[in-house]
Design a protein. Structure first.
Length: 141
């Protein structure tokens, strides 16, 4: 469906290249299929993301920081249904009744430098969570 609507991307001055997974490779694993073609910063977006994020500003921010990966985030509030206890050595230090907790969450939009490809194995399922855990383990985040 995406291919039939977007074609090669030329109507938007884009170059779209499609690959076909013979087995599901996760959210990041398919990059291993085109690793030889990725020689400059590139975007990875989950196919079901709808956003008004300025992708050009997002890429510019990524380039300004020169990190391997930039993650588009949004702030989300989670209302807890329970009292939350912060403790140290089995002693209550803070008690919050049904707090609303704020978290930064991934929007499923990433800008990556080609150097990130060294962390992505070929031919096996590999998700964005796997990539982050691998990079954290290697001290790259």
């Amino acid at each position: 469906l995406i291919r039939s609507v977007c074609g090669d991307g030329s109507q938007w001055n884009l170059k779209i290249r499609y690959t076909q997974e013979m087995e599901p490779l996760g959210t990041i694993g398919p990059l291993s299929l085109i690793r030889d073609e990725l020689d400059e910063p590139f975007l990875v977006l989950n196919g079901d993301v709808l956003t008004d994020l300025s992708l050009s500003r997002f890429v510019a921010t990524h380039k300004a920081h020169n990190d391997l990966v930039t993650i588009a985030t949004a702030s989300r509030i989670t209302k807890m249904d329970f009292g939350v206890i912060d403790e140290v050595n089995d002693t209550v230090r803070v008690f919050r009744e049904k707090p609303a907790l704020s978290h930064l969450v991934s929007m499923g939009i990433y800008c990556m430098n080609p150097g990130v490809l060294q962390f992505i194995p070929s031919g096996i399922p590999f998700g964005f969570d796997d990539l982050m855990l691998q990079m954290l383990q290697d001290g790259q985040v």
